[in-house]
Design a binder for this molecule. Sequence first.
Ligand code: C5P
Length: 222
Amino acid sequence: MNKNIIAIDGPAGVGKGTLTRALAKHYDFAVLDTGSLYRAATFNLIEKGYDMENIDSAIALEETKKISDNHKILEYAKRDEIRLPLTTKYVYVVADNPPLREVLKVYQTEFGLNPPGGKRGAIIEGRDIGTVIFPGAPVKIFLTASSEVRARRRFYEYEAAGKPANYDEILAEMVKRDARDTHRAVGGLIAADDAVIIDTSEMSIERVIETACKLIDSRLKL
Ligand code: C5P
């Protein structure tokens, strides 16, 4: 059973994805973006035509159990629609539902303990990996940065991809999602007591990667 687990938590736009990809390449570990599971479950409900403003939590749970049991959730997780603003808007319907979080937890635990492709370790990124999913992970990194810095990064990402973007809207959406993610009763965004906190506001990505590698090299026997 795999013990090389790197938990990376932090708010939206903080650079978790960039750091995770760099570390996965460096250590040849498997990567799980747990936000994609929450997004996949959300998009499934939207696609099925539910009124997301008024959906019953028991129905959301049942529908997610179905796509989880038949593993269709992994197909949904690869679809572009999970990144649409509409999916982002309603992801709270899934994230605020504690029994539903338990359903998604099964995937995350299995991935960490048995990384696909026979990889020698797993990097799992999200909001509650170091606190709820793998509280015993030997490496826990909590990334943080001001909301303005994160919104600016997102804005440039959109621009680079040729997508129309409005900085003020991105910032407002981010602040709103941060508040929801932070105040969630179960699985909220909070650094584990033993997490190493890296504030990336004033750091280059190279420096963030270097800091993370030093920590990982000191904690894992590879
Ligand atoms: O990481 P990403 O921004 O794609 O996550 C989308 C949303 O899914 C988050 O804003 C959060 O509400 C939820 N989420 C969560 N727990 C995780 C990962 C994501 O509640 N481990």
